[in-house]
Design a protein around this ligand. Structure first.
Ligand code: NAD
Length: 234
């Protein structure tokens, strides 16, 4: 399997599940006891900004209590050994890929440990809670800060770069994603339309888009990834 020169890996909430970070859809459409439409849309932020700020502050705090798992570490090993040939595109807003040793991580849905100023557009690394009264460190205005998160209905980040990576890859692996959040759910179709890349899905169960993949591995990412990475390196 060691013949690949451009590997693109798409990850979703499932890769962080074994670290103790709740996924979106494994619990009746509730995410940490909230409906997604109450905390993860621009309309929700306009309606109840305090609730949304509190929700993301709690998610941010939760990152202090979780650690990268064997799946994050296996991907980091793949990146180290195949220097420059492996790009990770993640839908996750946690930083477990980075803490697991990963590099070249594209956070298409933003990052929990960042906030953005709606007034001056500055982006800040952020480890603390953020509230409506918190002033922007750059322009001093408040309320002006929001989570640096791509909410439903907003445009994901880095789409041009992602399109280039997808066009050039010869192996596309999707890990721990349910296949119903677009545009990420459409990446496998884009890869297949552009070339002869091999495609592998790694997920607890067949995702909505499972039939688009040439190869499937079903089970826990933390158990399957170390073996898959060894196969790719041998
Ligand atoms: P999702 O919750 O819709 O789906 C998760 C998928 O992972 C499911 O298909 C599930 O069967 C699978 N899964 C669960 N445990 C697994 C395991 N141990 N190993 C392998 N697969 C497992 O998640 P998604 O597709 O990433 O949905 C996209 C949205 O979820 C994104 O917008 C993302 O920002 C957001 N989200 C991110 C986080 C995070 O950053 N960790 C957490 C929750 C939601």
């Amino acid at each position: 399997m060691g013949q690949y020169k451009n590997i693109v890996i798409l990850t979703g909430a499932g890769i962080s599940a074994e670290s103790g970070v709740a996924t979106f859809r494994d619990n009746d459409g509730l995410w940490e006891k909230h409906r997604i439409e109450d905390v993860a849309t621009p309309e929700a932020f306009a309606r109840d900004p305090d609730l949304v700020q509190r929700f993301y502050s709690l998610r941010r705090r939760q990152l202090n209590e979780v650690e990268p798992n064997a799946a994050h570490k296996a991907l980091a090993k793949l990146q180290r050994e195949l220097d420059g040939k492996v790009t990770i595109i993640t839908q996750n807003v946690d930083d477990l890929h980075e803490r697991g040793g990963g590099t070249n991580i594209i956070h298409m849905h933003g990052e929990l440990r960042k906030v953005r100023c709606k007034a001056c557009s500055s982006v800040h690394d952020w480890r603390e809670d953020c509230a409506q009264e918190t002033e922007c460190p750059s322009c001093g205005r408040a309320p002006s800060l929001r989570p640096h998160i791509v909410w439903f209905g907003e445009m994901p980040f880095f789409m041009d770069r992602i399109a280039e990576y997808l066009a050039e890859c010869d192996l596309f692996i999707s890990i721990g994603t349910s296949g119903n959040v677009y545009p990420a759910a459409g990446f496998v179709a884009e890869v297949r339309a552009k070339g002869n890349a091999h495609t592998i899905e790694v997920n607890l169960e067949p995702s909505e888009g499972a039939s688009m993949f040439a190869e499937h591995r079903h089970g826990k990412a933390g158990e399957l990834l170390p073996a898959l990475v060894e196969e790719l390196l041998n």
